[in-house]
Design a protein around this ligand. Structure first.
Ligand code: ZN
Length: 477
């Protein structure tokens, strides 16, 4: 935990934009980046007399997320009108769910560091998005393409105490919605948006303080910074005897600070009431069972399987399951029948490191899983040393030859013949009388020097275990 003199309490509201082809209550398309106001109709513009019709796909996706997070699915939920005036909300209200949401009382399992934790989910409800205002150029323009695009709002319990937990939760949520195929989870395009409720208190034993709400933060980095800034601001105010005002604040990424946007609305400010145009939403058991049967392996299940079945450390499993593409790549390597721990190491540290050096990501990697598996197999069968393997990996970036071919070309097969290594060991000892004396006088560090010399003479081909054993025998015997 942190060493700060106060305790932070954070609750999150995550808005997930659903990847449906059409909007929540009309047949308009939802494609991103189309020309302004080309994907609208009387329903999503809220023209008088137009009637919304629930998109069944939205309900299926909401149920999938609810089941994945262990929520109770309410067989009957109700759409409400959330009334407020805003230029990008032409109807003057947003269709949402209020006191009877579709999903409640769930939890999201999240690996924080190397521990699996669970964060409470209060509710998941369906709502529609508003339009987008664009200011500048001497006026304001409004694009209504986004009005009526379906969202799920996932409200967490105030279970977070630091930004590491918040970031891990959001990343897990993004992986989950992607794996369920219900959203692309793209923060830059606004498919995943986060509001954070933040308060501070002197110690974890104190009651919650007054909270402020940070609105619409669109990157993991900014969320962490905004929360840290806001908590420090609140603590500073309290220390100066000022009260915290419950309000909505925005984060200015350029200045790295939060500022007040408006006083916090209470639910009664929105005058919620059931939408008279929409009947209560009835979810049949069949729909739930179909969604339950279709659930894929969830991110935390993959983590558990990597630890329990493959014997990876919790940390390695967390790295490999931190990204779906990486987990898939690793599993494809394993399919080639190589040892899991060795493969995990070569995927998560060596391959990723080599890609990073070349400014590439996994998707643009020129080394498909089977080719990397070929390299891992050579190490596993003691044909080459780990040190040689790094060279081979580097050459694999320059040609599409197999690891085996590269090793044959270079003539760098590992030397595991004891008598051959013994000759080199004797040479090295004979050439280093000073180091031998130092070692025998108790300077253990010199041992690495001998290993290094043997490796140098064999161009890294000597089996390290045999080399060390022989050196020990000669030096100590
Ligand atoms: Zn429409």
């Amino acid at each position: 935990m942190s060493a700060r003199p106060y305790d932070i309490v954070i609750g999150l509201e995550v808005h997930v934009q659903l990847a449906t082809r059409t909007k929540a209550f009309c047949a308009c398309p939802t494609a991103f980046g189309e020309p302004e106001n080309t994907q609208v109709c009387p329903v999503c513009l809220g023209m008088p007399g137009s009637l919304p019709v629930m998109n069944k796909r939205v309900v299926e996706m909401a149920v999938a997320l609810g089941l994945a997070t262990g929520c109770a699915i309410n067989r009957e939920s109700v759409f409400a009108r959330k009334n407020y005036f805003y230029p990008d909300l032409p109807k003057g209200y947003q269709i949402s769910q209020y006191d009877r949401p579709l999903c409640e009382h769930g939890k999201l399992p999240v690996v924080v560091g190397d521990t699996l934790r669970e964060f409470g989910i209060t509710r998941i409800h369906i709502e529609e998005d508003a339009g987008k205002s664009m200011h500048g150029g001497g006026g304001s323009l409004i694009d209504y393409n986004r009005t009526g695009v379906p969202l799920l709002e996932v409200v967490s319990e105030p279970d977070f105490r630091d930004v590491e937990e918040v970031t891990a939760y959001l990343k897990t949520m993004r992986r989950l919605v992607r794996r369920l195929g219900i959203s692309d989870g793209n923060m830059e395009e606004g498919s995943l948006r986060c509001d954070a409720n933040v308060s501070v208190r002197p110690t974890p034993a104190d009651p919650f303080g007054t909270r402020t709400e940070l609105k619409n933060i669109n990157s993991f980095r900014f969320i962490a910074r905004a929360i840290e800034y806001e908590a420090a601001r609140q603590w500073d105010a309290l220390e100066h005897g000022e009260a915290i005002v419950q309000e909505t604040r925005l984060y200015d990424a350029e200045k790295g600070r939060t500022y007040s946007m408006r006083g916090k609305e209470e639910a009664h400010d929105y005058r919620y009431f059931p939408d008279p145009d929409l009947l209560p939403l009835i979810v049949e058991d069949d729909l739930i069972e179909v969604q339950r049967a279709a659930l894929p392996e969830l991110p935390w299940h993959t983590h558990k399987r990597f630890v329990e079945k493959l014997g990876l450390s919790a940390y390695d499993a967390a790295v490999l399951t931190g990204d779906d593409a990486l987990a898939d790549y690793f599993e494809a390597v394993l399919k080639c029948d190589v040892p899991a721990k060795l493969a995990a190491n070569w995927v998560s540290s060596e391959l990723l490191g080599a890609l990073k050096q070349r400014d590439l990501d996994l998707e643009s990697s020129p080394i498909p899983p089977a080719r990397l598996a070929g390299l891992v197999a050579l190490i596993a069968s003691d044909k080459i040393t780990g040190r040689i393997a790094k060279d081979v990996l580097s050459r694999m970036f320059e040609s599409d030859k197999s690891a085996e071919d590269i090793v044959a070309e270079l003539g760098v097969t590992q030397i595991a013949d004891e008598s051959e290594i013994e000759k080199v060991v004797d040479e090295v000892i004979a050439e280093s009388p000073m180091q031998v004396e130092q070692y025998r006088a108790g300077k253990q560090q010199v041992f690495a020097y001998f290993v290094g010399q043997v490796m140098k003479k064999t161009r890294g081909q000597a089996n390290p275990k045999i080399t060390q054993a022989l050196l020990k025998k000669r030096l100590e015997g």
